[in-house]
Ligand binder design. Structure first.
Ligand code: GAP
Length: 460
């Protein structure tokens, strides 16, 4: 992990938040390369959900909502609380769940059992203070005068915005059950023990699909969406051996879940949940009906031919994943160190080369344009022309600093898919060399044909 944290900072993937002020409680900023990669992850998910399906629509609901939403959802009650234990000696804090199991359970618990932690401090063996419950919702005030302002919460999961818009979506589209609503947006949790870099943070982005279906179909669809989601990771290059599914037992499930499966990834710090698949039954729609007094049942006209028209609360199958969490999974999976270097140049043999083998869809930079040397003006001029030509089509970088070998390695380290080198032949033949990140194979391509050629190589 230390190596990944260091690469992230050094190359501009992830920075600690407000670093000049000493950072801020487990918040992070995404740098120039990080924002490109994060957008690529979100685009890949959005494309998968919205473009590849006929029956899924998108939504962008607000972060702030009427606080009643959170009463109805159960988030203000014990359902959304973690138990905190503190060591009397070293004052380190842990989630009670981490103490109960040697290998910390990765998922959020439902209601934790009361009672002492029953073990010593995992760090120093000291005595632990009795567990206390902490609600994870972040409070805020809406209105200019704090005392008179309405108290509400920053949303702790994006899906509530979908449920409260269920009728609006039905009424404004021609959708019929079954259908899905997909959303990407910020969520906030006052985590009591944030840790493991961007794995558990207080401000994060969720990508959630809510699939509304007939109650009888829910079990089948749960399995369907679970395997769809696992395949999405495999298609984006996550190694099969680093992925597993875990059925979550009843006592550990989230308060709204009738059934829950976690997709887990094998991080450098162990197996941890990266995505939750939930059968939420009618928990959300029936509670929002009760609290809002709006009838959120679905009237199914399709059964009219079979005489009985049905009115029911659709059941919800949810897939929910944090962008930063899988950002870290993709980085960890792609990170490779090659001792002695991939090439046999004397310069490289002493070094450890880093290769980030991200899927081309996720790689922040698709193409780097490099003049062979920078002290030959004609080469630099031609390389800059090529760079300007490609820029509107691909995310490109221009680099002329250092030896060509060093520049290849700098690009390998940030996962750049292709390196284009302009050499002396290029001036005569109007072509250039294209080097593939993974195979290191080089081929010459005419500049007149370059855009079409690159489209076949780096586009999905
Ligand atoms: N709407 C369902 C829901 O929010 P969850 O299991 O609490 O379920 C879903 O969260 C996903 O959101 C997790 O699998 C994880 O990827 C991400 N997530 C949750 N809390 C997080 C945190 N503190 N930091 C980063 N990601 C988080």
């Amino acid at each position: 992990m230390e190596k990944i944290v260091s690469l992230s900072k050094r190359r501009g993937f992830i920075f600690p938040s407000s670093e000049i002020y000493g950072g801020f409680g487990s918040c992070y900023d995404f740098g120039p390369l990080g924002v490109l990669m994060k957008n690529n992850i979100k685009n890949a998910w959005w494309k998968e959900m919205i473009q590849n399906h006929n029956d899924i629509v998108g939504l962008d609901a607000g972060i702030l909502m009427n606080p009643k939403v959170w009463q109805a959802s159960g988030h203000l009650t014990a359902g959304f609380a973690d138990e905190l234990v503190e060591c009397k000696k070293c004052h380190k804090r842990f989630r009670a769940e981490e103490i109960k199991t040697k290998n910390p359970a990765p998922h959020r618990p439902a209601l934790l059992q009361k009672g002492g932690a029953g073990a010593g401090c995992p760090e120093c063996g000291g005595e632990l203070i009795k567990p206390r419950k902490f609600n994870l919702m972040m409070k805020t005030f809406v209105g200019p005068v704090e005392e008179k302002a309405a108290t509400t919460y920053l949303r702790a999961e994006t899906c509530q915005g979908i449920y409260v818009n269920f009728l609006n979506i039905l009424n404004s589209t021609r959708l019929k059950i079954p259908f899905g609503v997909a959303q990407i947006g910020k969520a906030f949790r006052n985590e009591i023990t944030p840790r493991d870099f961007v794995y558990r943070i207080r401000e994060f982005e969720q990508m959630e699909l809510q699939w509304f279906c007939h109650p009888k179909e829910a079990d089948k669809l749960f399995d369907y969406w679970k395997s769809e989601r696992v395949n999405w990771y495999l298609d984006l290059g996550i190694k099969k051996e680093n992925l597993r599914e875990k059925e979550v037992p009843e006592k550990e499930r989230a308060h709204y879940a009738k059934r829950q499966a976690d997709i887990e990834y094998h991080f450098p710090f162990g197996w941890r949940e990266i995505e939750g698949i939930h059968n939420r039954g009618d928990w959300d729609l029936s509670n929002h009906s009760k609290f809002s007094k709006e009838d959120l049942r679905y009237f199914d006209p399709s059964t009219s031919s079979g005489q009985v028209k049905e009115k029911y609360f659709p059941h919800i199958i949810e897939t929910s994943v944090g962008v930063e969490r899988i950002f870290l999974a993709f980085l960890s999976d792609a990170y490779q160190e090659i001792k002695g270097g991939r090439t046999k140049t004397t310069e490289a043999t002493k070094e450890i080369e880093i290769l980030l083998k991200l899927d081309k869809k996720l790689a922040p930079i698709k193409v780097a344009v490099l003049p062979l040397v920078r002290n030959k003006l004609e080469l630099v001029k031609k390389a800059k022309e090529v760079y300007q030509m490609l820029k509107p089509h691909f995310v490109c970088q221009y680099d002329e600093l250092g030896s060509i070998g060093r520049r290849y390695r700098r690009q390998d380290e940030i996962a750049t898919v292709l390196c284009l080198t302009i050499d002396f032949e290029s001036l005569k033949q109007d072509d250039l060399t294209i080097r593939d990140r993974d195979t290191m194979k080089q081929e010459r391509v005419k500049i007149s044909n370059l855009i079409n050629f690159l489209k076949t190589k780096v586009e999905n």
